[in-house]
Every structure is written in structure tokens, then in C-alpha cells.
Design a protein around this ligand. Structure first.
Ligand code: ADP
Length: 617
């Protein structure tokens, strides 16, 4: 910073030069004027004081001090307009004093010349002009007073005129300069204002831009967040999609399984129907149409009565009671009628499908048309029947002749001959037993001649006699059959004596046959309200658990007896069951392998219908 700049800043009390702010220039002029004027006037004051012009010196020192104070105000307040009128007043007063007195050493005129410069320096053109005119009017007034002779002036009149003219010219010049300066200042101001406005606008734009930038940044970060969210959602969706795909695949597999299942059901040879709870058919496979002869469209929505209804009301009551009330599986045989009126026999299996709460959802009915199989069976049975009949006659012939020979009717036999004929007789007996069994089976199956003829029998007496008979015949095995002492002496029951005899005999024979020698077979008759129970207990080889269900099947013989190679046909228990059930009774057993078996037969004491009954398997 150069010294001039330093002084400039010192005078205006600023730290930095701002050339654009021209108010500083006015402040500078105003302060310079106040300072210089105060210094000069104080100087004059001191000089006049030394020369003994006390009054003049006093006025000058007071004016000088006031001007210096005004300088200080201007310097520190940095307001050039401050106390402007005081400054102007002091200047006017000083000038008037200089004019009137002629100034120190007759320099009054010179002082007056300084007036316009000083005034315009410290004020604006307008205030300067106004103040100058006011000053000139005062001067004119004094001049007028001088002409009138009231006032003594230290100048010649000519001098005053010249003075007025020259001062007016100086004033005019200074005024013009001032006006020009002010115009240029105001132009500069306007420019500066415009610049400021432009700057403001620019600033505003900048802030706006910044705001926009900020908003953009915010939007960007929001977008980023949203993007992230979208990405997360996308990942979640992809996962979901994967799950959905898996599920889809699963359900497709299930659907394929279901389809296979459906195809299997659809193409099954057995007739299958699904019905609702009321028995209305919801689904029927193709076999239903084949067996019944009805079109599928005629079947759906109907009940199986469409081809059924051929059995007794009791049968259907029992059927519905089993599947709907007891919610169990019904198994049985029944007769139905095809669309063409033809009757057919069906093996039926019907069961309910339950929901979680145990309520019936729907029923499934499976039927198998066994008409043909039955016919074949019947043919077989008839064949067996015919064959057995045919066989029985010669076998009976052999039996008689063997008996005659053994009785010695054909002459005395040697020991060897007797032995062989006895063997022959026993083999023939076994064959006859088999033929009888076969005949019974064929009778049961054809239902033709296996009639149960009820009559009143003392069952205790019957069993007692039978046990005695069996014990009389020498058993190869040395097994004793014992009847447990009954609680009552007599028990009259309505049964087919011969057939029940056959039942009990069969059970005792089995007990003896499947027991070790020297063991006992216990037979007991028990009275049980409207039933009576006959039990046959042995300590023999027992029945294997896994085969116990098949024991009453035709020709079935358990593995353990097959190994022991004991004689037998597997027909005895089949016939037993048929006879017992023909009596509306029940047969069952309890057995432990290698420990023994007990067979139970429970029969009603009284025959219900009093009519004879034909047994049919
Ligand atoms: P089988 O002529 O073979 O005795 P059954 O019909 O009388 O024919 O009996 C069928 C099967 O039941 C027998 O082969 C045997 O396996 C079994 N069985 C019957 N009774 C007994 C019993 N008391 N002890 C052990 N097994 C028996």
C-alpha cells in the first residue's frame, strides 16, 4: 500500500480502499476540508493571539476547534452528511467574518474564493448552490448596507464588483464540476446498482441452482434408496418366484401323480364310485358303465340304487349302518341289475372317507362282478359233487367188503393178511372222509343240499356221548379227550344235531391230531344266557399268528402242520364255520404256537325263525 492510499484510508477511517464506493470520496473531501480548515483557522487564531487581537483570535480558535471536532465526527462516524449544516454554518460564518474584516492582513477576498470550493467539497451540488446563494445574498446585503452607508467595508466598491464577478465565475465552474461529478457518480451508482441487482440475481440463481443441486442430490439419494429397495424387492421377488416355481413343480408332480392315480382308478377293472354323504354319485370309473350298462352321464348325480335295490331292505339298512353310522368298511356280496335287466353278483366293498373331525366327506364303493367266477365256482363244485358221488359208491363198496373180509366172512385171515386189509380199510376210511368233506363243501357252495334241520337236542348229552365214543376208539396217539364237568345236567338247544355233531367232532379230531401223545384235550359246554358255548382245548402245536386269519379258508393248512406231515385236507374248519354261521353262531379260537389252541363255538339256544335254513358260502 502506497503512502497516499494509506493517508486516504486514514482520513476516511476505512481499512480497505473501495474505489467503487464513491461516497468515500465525498467523505474524504469533507474530512480533508474540516481538517485543513481547522488547522489553518487554528493557525490564524494562534497568530492573532500573539499579535494581541484577542477577539479575532478567540473566534478563530473556537471555529478551528469546532471544525476539528467536526473532522473527528466525520472521520469516526464515516458519515459525510453528518452535521452538514453545522459545517456549512461554520464556513459561512468564517467567510462572512473574513469578508467583513478583510481577513488577516487583508486576505479577506482570498478567503471568499475558497468559499465555493469548500462548500461544494463538503456538500452536494444542490446544497452547495443553495448555501452559496444564501452566502452571496448576505454579501449583497452587506454591500447594500455599505452603499447606504450603514456599513464600513475595507474594500473599494470597484474591487467588490470585480470580486463578485470572479467569485461567481469560480462558483459556476465548481458547481458545473460538481454536477458533472455527481452525474458520473450517479451513473456509476446506477451501474453499480445494476451490477448489484445482476449480482443479486446471479446469487439468487446460484442459490436456486444450489437448491436445485441439493434437491437433485436429495432426489438422487432417494432414488438410490428406492433403487436399493427395488433391488431388495427384486431379490425377494426372485426368491418368491423360485419358491413359486418349486411349488409349481411340486404341484405339477402332484398333478401328474394325481393323473396317474386318476388314470389307474379310471382304468381299474373293478367298478369304483365316489358318492357324497347322501349317496349321490360324484364320480364313476369306466368299469361302472361296463358292468352296469349305464352311460356315465346317466350315472353322475344318481345313487347306486340305479343298478342296485335287488336285496332285502334289511341288507341295505345294515349296509348304510356300517358305512354311515359306524363309519366302517362294509364287505359283502350282493345282487345287482344291469340296464338290460340282467342280474349279476358283485363282491362289494364300501367305506367312508372322513375329514379331520371324523365327519364323512364322501363314500367310496368298489364292486367286482363275480357272476362269472361264481358260475365257474359252481361248475367246479358241481363237478366235485358229481365226482364225489361217483367216488363214494365204489369207496363204500370197498369199505363193506373190507369189513366183511375183516369179520372173517371170506375165510380165516393170516396175521399179515389182516394187517394189510386193516391198512386198506383205514386208507379207504380216510378217502371216504375226504369224499364226505368234498361233498359237504360242494353242497355248501352250491347251497343246494346243505340244509340245516333244527330239532331240540340236549347238547350236554350229545357232547358226553361223543367224548365217550372217541375215547373208545383206540387213538394212535394216546391222547385223552376229557369233558369238563358241566354246571347243569341238561341243556336243551335247537340245532341240527348231525351237523353240530360234525362240528364238535371235527374240533376234537383236530385237537387230538395236533397234540403230542399222552396229552389231554378238554371239551367244555357252557351256558351263556341265550347262547351256549362249546370249547375244545388242546396243548398242541398251536396256530402261527401270521396265519391265523386264513385258518377257516378252504384247503388252507398252516405251515407248522404241513411240516409235521399230518394227514388233513384243510376242509374241516371251512365246513365248521359254514355250519356254525348257518346256525347264526360264531366260531373263533385262541392259540399260542407250541403251547396249545382253544376253539370256541357259540350258538343260539333257540332257532329264531323256526324254519330250516340252507347254507351257502
Ligand atoms: P385239516 O384237515 O388240515 O385239519 P382243518 O380245516 O380242520 O383241516 O384245519 C385247518 C388247519 O387249521 C389245519 O391244517 C391246522 O393248520 C389248523 N388247525 C386246526 N385245528 C388246530 C389245532 N387244534 N391245533 C393246531 N392247528 C390247528
Amino acid at each position: 500500500m502506497n503512502p497516499i492510499e494509506y493517508i486516504y484510508l486514514l482520513l476516511i477511517g476505512q481499512r480497505k480502499i473501495n474505489y467503487e464506493d464513491h461516497s468515500n470520496v465525498r467523505l474524504l473531501f469533507s474530512n480533508i476540508y474540516s481538517l485543513i480548515a481547522s488547522v489553518i483557522i487554528l493557525g490564524y487564531g494562534v497568530a492573532n493571539l500573539l499579535e494581541g487581537f484577542i477577539l479575532t483570535a478567540f473566534l478563530e480558535i473556537v471555529s478551528g476547534v469546532i471544525l476539528f471536532i467536526l473532522f473527528l465526527f466525520g472521520r469516526f462516524s464515516r458519515e459525510f452528511d453528518m452535521f452538514i449544516w453545522i459545517k456549512i454554518g461554520v464556513v459561512i460564518a468564517l467567510m462572512l467574518y473574513a469578508f467583513l474584516t478583510g481577513g488577516s492582513q487583508g486576505t479577506g477576498f482570498l478567503w471568499i474564493y475558497a468559499f465555493p470550493v469548500a462548500i461544494f467539497a463538503i456538500s452536494s451540488s444542490f446544497i452547495g448552490l443553495f448555501s452559496t446563494l444564501f452566502f452571496f445574498s448576505l454579501l449583497g446585503l452587506f454591500y447594500f448596507f455599505n452603499i447606504l452607508g450603514f456599513l464600513q467595508l475595507p474594500y473599494e466598491r470597484e474591487e467588490i464588483k470585480t470580486f463578485f464577478l470572479s467569485v461567481s465565475v469560480v462558483t459556476l465552474i465548481v458547481y458545473i464540476y460538481k454536477v458533472l461529478q455527481e452525474n458520473s457518480f450517479s451513473a456509476l451508482d446506477a451501474q453499480r446498482k445494476q451490477l448489484e441487482i445482476a449480482k443479486l440475481n446471479f446469487d439468487a440463481e446460484l442459490t436456486q441452482k444450489k437448491d436445485t443441486e441439493k434437491e437433485l442430490e436429495e432426489s438422487l439419494s432417494k432414488l438410490k434408496e428406492q433403487n436399493e429397495l427395488l433391488n431388495n424387492t427384486k431379490t425377494a421377488m426372485l426368491n418368491l418366484l423360485e419358491d413359486v416355481n418349486k411349488e409349481k413343480q411340486k404341484s405339477q408332480e402332484q398333478a401328474a401323480d394325481l393323473k396317474k392315480f386318476e388314470e389307474t382308478v379310471e382304468n381299474a377293472s373293478d367298478h369304483i364310485v365316489f358318492t357324497d354323504v347322501e349317496g349321490k354319485i360324484l364320480y364313476a370309473n369306466s368299469a361302472v358303465s361296463k358292468t352296469t350298462g349305464y352311460d356315465r352321464k346317466d350315472i353322475i348325480g344318481k345313487t347306486p340304487r340305479l343298478w342296485g335295490g335287488q336285496m332285502s331292505p334289511d341288507f341295505y339298512k345294515e349296509f348304510w349302518n356300517t358305512i354311515k353310522v359306524k363309519k366302517q368298511t362294509y364287505k359283502g356280496e350282493l345282487t345287482n341289475r344291469r340296464k338290460n335287466g340282467e342280474l349279476y353278483t358283485a363282491e362289494v366293498q364300501a367305506f367312508p372317507v372322513l375329514d379331520e373331525s371324523g365327519q364323512v366327506k364322501f363314500f367310496v364303493g368298489i364292486e367286482r362282478d363275480i357272476t362269472k367266477a361264481k358260475e365257474v365256482d359252481k361248475l367246479k363244485s358241481e363237478f366235485v359233487s358229481v365226482a364225489s358221488h361217483q367216488l363214494r359208491t365204489p369207496a363204500t363198496g370197498v369199505k363193506w367188503y373190507a369189513e366183511l373180509i375183516l369179520e372173517g366172512k371170506a375165510g380165516k385171515l393170516t396175521k399179515k393178511q389182516k394187517e394189510y386189509i386193516t391198512e386198506m380199510y383205514q386208507s379207504n376210511e380216510r378217502m371216504l372222509a375226504l369224499i364226505n368233506d368234498l361233498l359237504n363243501v360242494s353242497r355248501i357252495e352250491t347251497g343246494s343240499k346243505f340244509e340245516i334241520q333244527f330239532s331240540s337236542v340236549d347238547i350236554i348229552d350229545l357232547v358226553k356221548n361223543m367224548v365217550q365214543e372217541i375215547n373208545k376208539l383206540a387213538s394212535e396217539k394216546d391222547v385223552k379227550v376229557i369233558m369238563v364237568k358241566p354246571q347243569i345236567k341238561k341243556l336243551l338247544v335247537e340245532i341240527d344235531k348231525e351237523k353240530i355233531f360234525q362240528v364238535i367232532k371235527n374240533l376234537i379230531d383236530n385237537g387230538v391230531k395236533y397234540s403230542p401223545s399222552k396229552s389231554k384235550v378238554m371239551v367244555e359246554v357252557q351256558d351263556n344266557q341265550d347262547q351256549f358255548i362249546i370249547s375244545v382245548k388242546d396243548t398242541g402245536i398251536g396256530i402261527p399268528k401270521d396265519q391265523s386269519e386264513r385258518i377257516f379258508e378252504k384247503f388252507f393248512r398252516a405251515d407248522n402242520v404241513l411240516k409235521a406231515e399230518t394227514d388233513g385236507t384243510g376242509l374241516g374248519l371251512y365246513i365248521v364255520k359254514a355250519i356254525v354261521e348257518g346256525h347264526y353262531g360264531k366260531v373263533w379260537f385262541e392259540s399260542n404256537e407250541d403251547k396249545g389252541t382253544t376253539f370256541f363255538v357259540s350258538l343260539p339256544k333257540k332257532h329264531i325263525s323256526k324254519e330250516n335254513r340252507v347254507i351257502q358260502a
